[in-house]
Ligand binder design. Structure first.
Ligand code: CA
Length: 230
């Protein structure tokens, strides 16, 4: 087995899904480990951090939100894609708040999930030519360190928050559409929903804006998308 293979941890108790995903991911050249419970999943993540995690929301011993939070305590940045049979907006928001970066609603296509995973690693390994540290109002953003610093407070940025911030900064002063954000940050068009972008904007505003409900830097362009005014 090549040491450079990316390792993916699947935490899911439905054997057919684990089997199907494992076959497809191994075919794509990934190393796959799987756990059929939250407890085993967290323990595997603790033994050796994978490069990405696919996490089912409905596990026999715990719900995925709790598992997600436990993994986030081990590592703030590892990409986590949540599998959910629920499609309610409240569950999606709760998943994102628990630290998931993305979610796929069952039944999902394995091809779509693989495409998302490949997009994650394309971006992770992309050479960075952009400025990695810049100011947004009173906040200092470091893309390399995945942090936003305001005074003495340091906020961590998740994987997709970094991608979103990078894109908005590259295009500072110009409106960027939600569709373009989805394609360039999430790597797939039309899915996940536009609401995903909005939820991440809310999270970024909480870290950057003095008054998150009256933003001065990450502005909404109604009916279109967002604009960064540093
Ligand atoms: Ca399940």
């Amino acid at each position: 087995m090549s040491a450079s293979k990316k390792k993916i941890l699947i935490i899911e108790d439905e054997p057919q899904i684990v089997l199907g995903l494992t076959d497809a991911l191994e075919f794509e050249g990934f190393e796959v480990v799987s756990a059929d419970s939250g407890k085993v999943g967290v323990s595997l993540a603790r033994q050796g951090l994978p490069d990405a995690i696919i996490l089912d929301l409905m596990l026999p011993d715990a719900n995925g939100f709790v598992v997600c939070e436990q993994i986030r305590q081990l590592d703030r940045l590892i990409p986590i894609i949540m599998l959910t049979a629920r499609s309610s907006e409240a569950d999606k928001i709760r998943g994102l708040e628990a630290g998931a970066d993305d979610y796929v609603t069952k039944p999902f296509s394995i091809g779509e999930l693989i495409a998302r995973i490949r997009a994650i690693f394309r971006r992770t390994t992309r050479p960075t030519e952009q400025v990695e540290v810049f100011d947004v109002g009173r906040a200092k953003v470091s893309l390399a360190a995945h942090t936003v610093t305001v005074g003495k407070t340091v906020h961590q940025l998740s994987f997709y928050e970094v991608g979103l911030m990078r894109l908005l900064h590259e295009r500072a002063g110009q409106p960027v559409s939600r569709d373009e954000i989805l394609v360039k940050v999430w790597g797939i068009d039309a899915s996940p929903s536009n609401r995903t972008v909005d939820n991440f904007i809310v999270k970024l505003r909480k870290k950057i804006e003095k008054k998150p409900d009256k933003p001065e830097h990450i502005l909404t362009v109604y009916g279109f998308g967002y604009k960064l005014v540093p």
